[in-house]
Design a protein around this ligand. Sequence first.
Ligand code: ATP
Ligand code: MG
Length: 405
Amino acid sequence: MEPLFLPNGAKFALERLESRGYEAYVVGGCVRDSLLGLSPHDWDLTTNATPDETAAAFSDCRLIDYGKKHGTVTVLFHGEPLEITTYRLDGVYTDNRHPASVTFSKTLADDLARRDFTVNAMAYHPARGLVDLFGGANDLARRAIRCVGNAETRFEEDGLRILRAVRFASALDFSLEPETGRAVHARVALLDHIARERIREEWNKLLLGKSPAKILSAYPDVAARAIPAFAGAGRVDPAALSAAPNDLIIRLSVLFHVYLSKENRLETADRAMRDLRYDNAAREETLAVLELAGADMDPAEAAVRRLLVSHAPQTLKRALEAKRCLGIPFPEKIPAVLETVLARGDCVALRDLAVNGRDLMNAGIPAGKPVGAVLNRLFEAVVEGDLPNRKDALLRAAADMRRPE
Ligand code: ATP
Ligand code: MG
């Protein structure tokens, strides 16, 4: 095997721990991704040093030690977080979620055995090479997600692993090894015990993976546990997802469009997103895109400006993308009209108007309601294209509006 490329932070941390007489490895996702030729987004270390010993070894660095009771100390190396976790041996699981106790261990093998999938259970050290006790490299080559140990037992310990299995398959475009796949179907109801926020995080990663459509067709039961409203959808083909760019809002909108029936689509999507505790911004944006994607669009410049009065340009662009993925026709001129209107900086908000309240008051319009009313009428006329957005023209029109009939 070729040596893996380690960033300076990971090398520094390994050397530092070893210089203090501890054993340490990089582990988990970073090893998996390196072996796949992907660049890891973060580097996790595992060590026989206890959390206090780790903290002491890095006393000259900035530490974030919020995870200390689970054995994790986060060291900031030039702003890059390095998670250093003490070898763990998970205790007995009592509630399908958390081990009743976390025990630290002195052996790497214990730590690897508690990990979820073989491809996530490999450790690496520049001098000692790869430690692969469960056939992770072989499963990477076969593109398979396989539980470490008995799949049903591992899912009973922690139901979230059911969704994680499907999430990693989507993220990497892998398949579930048959035994693990069977256990997912058999134990899918265990997902009901898991906190909705944790479900949401895995669900998002699933949607943003390489092959969400493929995996959702193979595991519709998992989709229906994450989003109960999908349970009634029957056999849905989420193929439209395959055409979607890697954008969570677009992918969620496309999914809601294909899974939910037209009559109560928006309400049901709203409830599903509240249930998974999405933040308001993500929920409102998804609903706006979902609604626009299902609506007719008029390519007239005034109509596009009207849309921009109530929606950000990004929302309209997402809606057009969603329509494209879903095969919902729209006038082909629209993207170009949108670009023109945006490039020209057409007035689509009161603050873009060439006059403001002060200008109108200076022109003799009484403060308060009268100014507000005139301002709104001028704004509407400009958006409609009935007036140019120029100060002289708008002041003249304002004077006309105030003249008694
Ligand atoms: P990603 O690139 O998405 O972050 P990752 O492999 O780093 O992938 P994490 O969720 O960050 O995934 O978890 C880090 C590692 O911790 C995993 O690779 C796995 O070894 C272990 N792990 C995480 N969650 C669980 C779990 N629920 N059960 C067992 N092991 C887990
Ligand atoms: Mg990670």
